[in-house]
Design a protein around this ligand. Sequence first.
Ligand SMILES: Cc1cc2nc3c(=O)[nH]c(=O)nc-3n(C[C@H](O)[C@H](O)[C@H](O)COP(=O)(O)O)c2cc1C
Length: 470
Amino acid sequence: MARTDPLADTGQDLHRFIAAYREHFAQDLLTVREPVGRDQDVTAVVWALAAQGRHPALVFEQVQGLDTPLVTNLFASRERVGRMLGGVPPAGIHAEYQARSRRLLAPREVSEGAVTQVVQSEGFDLASVPTIKHFATDRGPYITNAVVIAEDGEGGFGNVSYHRSMLNGPQEIGTSLHSRGHLWRMLQAAQAKGRPLPVAMVIGAHPLFMLAAAARLPYGVDERQVAGGLFGAPLEVVRTPRHGIAVPAHAEFVLEGVIDPEARAEEGPFGEFTGYSSDRSTNNLLRVQTLMRRRDPWLLDVVGGNSAEHLNLGRIPRESEMVEKLKERFPGVTAVHYPSSGTHFHAYVALKQSRPGEARQVMLGLLGWDPYLKTVIAVDEDVDITRDEEVLWALATHFQPHLDIVMVGGLPGSALDPSASGAGTTSRMGLDATRGPNFDGIRARLDEAATARAADLLARLAGHTDRPLP
Ligand SMILES: Cc1cc2nc3c(=O)[nH]c(=O)nc-3n(C[C@H](O)[C@H](O)[C@H](O)COP(=O)(O)O)c2cc1C
């Protein structure tokens, strides 16, 4: 019987997605009805749950000082991301994401949607857009889920990327383009022509749009087409009134305006994915000209810092691409894992080595392709790379530092790595913790019969409580 996907038909609309999720996966959605504060309380709840190993989707019905509900933590669990992608288990996310995102579908323009319910071109104050403060060390309240769309009129394509943002005045926003990605490139091009860059900032939309927005694609490939692939139907868009930028028709808020390449705004520090508070910002200024929103908008927040949500959202599209590329090029690779303990900077690879040196080549491939990585550890295929302690055991017992490190310096790296220079160069290393051809260790092992006897014994003892020895 064909599998039915209870989240498939949610109309590209966050409200309908949450309603369907609540109906079908109520055990994985926590609704907080009592009021919480606007200053750090939401982050603190997420942190306290994570310390208990819990990562539910969260709906805060009342946040003091906001007149909208707040939804957050949607991407904190890989089980949940698998459900968004049609009900695949976590181990199937990479393949499903790749299969869907490769089916690029052009957006479909519609005349109206939830986000056109309220459109203000003058007299608005951005203080009406809900924001919260995430960490004590943040400069102030932040929009963490600010998805910026820009269109290249000549190239005929758009770009979509996330940029932390804070209010800088009633109609101004300070934002950071520190990843120096495609929006940065478009801004440089606009500056060279002496023009401001028209953009639209989407704050809150269906989670599959958010996942597509986090994709890193070749310049000229439009993330809105990836969103279509993830939905399995074209992204429904409306045009913004002044600059005609195609934005999700069912978004919560859209701010349309221009980034002035010559102007600067104070912005940062902000708690970043590294777990550190960072003020390495490009300090760009967005002048907002139009505020569009639903009549009943929600604040869809992304938890900041090195939260599971922030890391998963940034990483799942990149991991999916890397896993596919690596397995295609190196058939001996059996698994790839980016551990959350390494933020975006570590990856583990398991492989069945057929030639001496293959692990090094695989590691150099991954270190070359993924611009965020600093350390890759390669292990044999029997090591469970989803568990840090197994990888560290392999490192402890298979690895000789003077022989098994490859290191390259002077490479571009993440501007937010607190250990790297502000100039943004880094070094990268591969640690070969495979056993290699000359390894002669014999693994201590148990006979299956002894393991079975122990299981029987413990089953018989179940329910017995310990008594102190006399
Ligand atoms: C939640 C989240 C927040 C992000 N915040 C920023 C940011 O503030 N500034 C920035 O330059 N990149 C930020 N990024 C990274 C870029 O948005 C991301 O690398 C994007 O995929 C780059 O897109 P591009 O390849 O189209 O340039 C963030 C990513 C995520 C997932």
